[in-house]
Design a protein around this ligand. Sequence first.
Ligand SMILES: *Cc1c(COP(=O)(O)O)cnc(C)c1O
Length: 383
Amino acid sequence: MTAESSLPAILGGEAIRPQGPPDWPMADESILEAVHSAYRDGSWGRYHGGHVARLEQRLAVLHQVEHVLTCGSGTFAIELALRALKIGPGDEVVMAAYDYGGNFLSIHAVGARPVLVDVDAENWNLAPENLAAAFGPATRAVLVSHLHGGLVPMREVLALARQYGIAVIEDAAQAPGARVQGRVAGTWGDVGILSFGGSKLLTAGRGGALLTRRADVAQRARLALQRGNLLCPLSELQAAVLLPQLDRLAQRNTHRLRAVRFLEQALHGIPGLRPFRNRPREDSQPAYYKLGFQFEPGAFGLPRARFVAALRAEGVAIDEGFPALHLGRSPSRWRSLGPLPQAERAHEGALVLHHPILLGTDDELKQVVQAVAKIHRHAKLLR
Ligand SMILES: *Cc1c(COP(=O)(O)O)cnc(C)c1O
């Protein structure tokens, strides 16, 4: 009996991937070489070993922006961006009601209030057509994240924000190197941010960067980052291991994109499980930190939590998405113009497949498909 025809692993059958999901970070000789080299020349232990400066330079070229400041995390980069835009008490920042929770908290950290807008029905990323109604006299910025392989139409966001005189912060933590309507993700707005957290596509365990073309914003961010010394820096060793990853980013993004195309095709016939769909857009290429799915329990035949547990038992790294920001939080901490039905659908139905498998072999991608099909076939038994 093959693993495919056996019982689901969660019911005691043989797992499709008994070895579990692939490791992250993955083995990479170029990183070992970077660590060795930083050891040999002593740069690993210096305040200024050259790697941070080189990384900032490389990121500036890749993004075609004048100013790059690295720092201790993507979350801190968002806070720096808000401070550099002089956003504080009494101000409002518009963001999607389905987004990374840290972004909501960063707005509070500077004393401002989040205004939540509903998301796109097809990919649960910010929908630009919902912005204008949310802009009020206190609105100072809109914070936009590209999430789970989704892309937000930044051209539309920018046009609207300019019309209202509102700043744009573009969070590309999940989409380094993605193309959005002809530009690299993170370079559309007044400020962009990247994350180098331990699960991210560019990883150093921790770390982040702020990108901007505006000299005044860069200068204020630099001041906010300095308090006698750098408050929350990226280390030389972190920068040293990020540099070789930058060399491979474009090639890996293309590899992951091909894997996603394959999964989209191969999972097409499974009811109740649909990959995020971006609006067709010229000169755009998503990046996949996670591959987002819209899950419908009724159509698939299982509750979402049960599907996740069963798929994980087969050795596939999948998770529920973010909670919607307005659910379970006091309404005194945010404002919205009305109901947020798509964000609530996302809260109930978002699934995210972790990226390491997307760099795997064709056989590994087929294992994902087999595991999903197996669980679907046994849905009745699993209920
Ligand atoms: C991970 C992430 C961040 C923050 O990055 P950290 O470096 O972990 O602080 C910000 N925004 C989004 C969308 C993220 O996924």
